[in-house]
Design a protein around this ligand. Sequence first.
Ligand code: NAD
Ligand code: GLY
Length: 369
Amino acid sequence: MTPETVRVPLGARSYDIKIGGGLLDKAGELIAPLLKRARVAVVTDEHVMAAQGERLKAGLATGGVEADFITLKPGEATKSFSELQALTGRLLDLGIERDDMVLAFGGGVIGDLTGFACSVLRRGCRFAQLPTTLLAQVDSAVGGKTAINVPQGKNLVGAFYQPALVIADIDALATLPPRELRAGYAEIVKYGLIADAAFFEWCEQNGRALLEGDAGARAQAVKVSCEAKAAIVSADEHEKGKRALLNLGHTFGHAFEAHFGYSDKLLHGEGVALGMALAYDYSVRLGHCPDEDAERVKAHIAASGLPAGIADLKTQIPADTLVHYMMQDKKVEQGKLTLILARSIGDAFISKDAQAQDVAAFLKEKTGR
Ligand code: NAD
Ligand code: GLY
């Protein structure tokens, strides 16, 4: 498979996303041109280290790059102030300088924590993203959002800090648990729904093959997703406007994730899938979108093994609880919710004046409570 390159054009902070198979095996060769000295620090988690670590070690060594590995506990709890403190301390102890390169080797948890650590280490040291989950390859490793969680909420302390390079090795997905793969697939479907009806149709036709392991379909979907994200990020890096479209399904989804304590009872991508289904249903209710589009969206989400309705969660959650969580969203302005709604498949828009009472009534109909 010939690797593809997608460029994220951001002036002096522009960078490439390399997408393809076997890329970890030649990581040293890919990274060496960006290095001031042939030495990196790699931040990863225990699962990724066990599943893919030897490939990266060998790939860096073949390219003549020395590496120190820092292996953290897997899971959302690692995105914390205490882990940030420990990680920055270890990077300093290793003598990492501003011009050195730190590699974030893992899913969104490792990417978000490492990116944030690099944004503050010596007031900013360079880093590259080596995403190993589908979610990270199509979303979190691209675009420069970095963050940790605090008791007040998820991702509330962070920075926009772009990587110098992203290497998305499709072969790394071979060891990813199927449930994590499906969760990442939700973010791929999202790009079709936001602005690319033809890509949504491609997903309907190729989603099953992608989930079952078709490397060509995976590479194609990662490429199209990264192209879509790169275009939005380069137009609105700091989310002053259209970048909010990337939050399709997220405001509804976060309410469910918060209810489950951001635990593995509901993965982020599963929350996004359910949230997208609800965003389409709510768009129909407001008269923005034809019912048949919402039905098609929900049918594809369900066929992909993702939650497409609140009933799929098999638990009763009061609508008021959900609205309470939605009102904690970063995009609430003067008490009004910002929702990403849709006119059709491939035509999402930002709605700034969603009425909490109406959303509550809608969710009451959906939850029956
Ligand atoms: P994750 O990083 O927790 O990874 C999921 C699980 O898969 C972990 O147990 C991990 O150890 C394991 N894993 C990763 N790669 C593997 C591989 N190749 N083989 C075997 N196991 C592997 O989860 P995620 O879904 O990648 O990321 C979720 C995080 O990303 C959340 O914290 C979310 O807030 C964040 N996020 C950030 C952005 C952004 O723009 N920065 C966007 C979306 C999500
Ligand atoms: N994941 C949404 C964004 O990067 O803006």
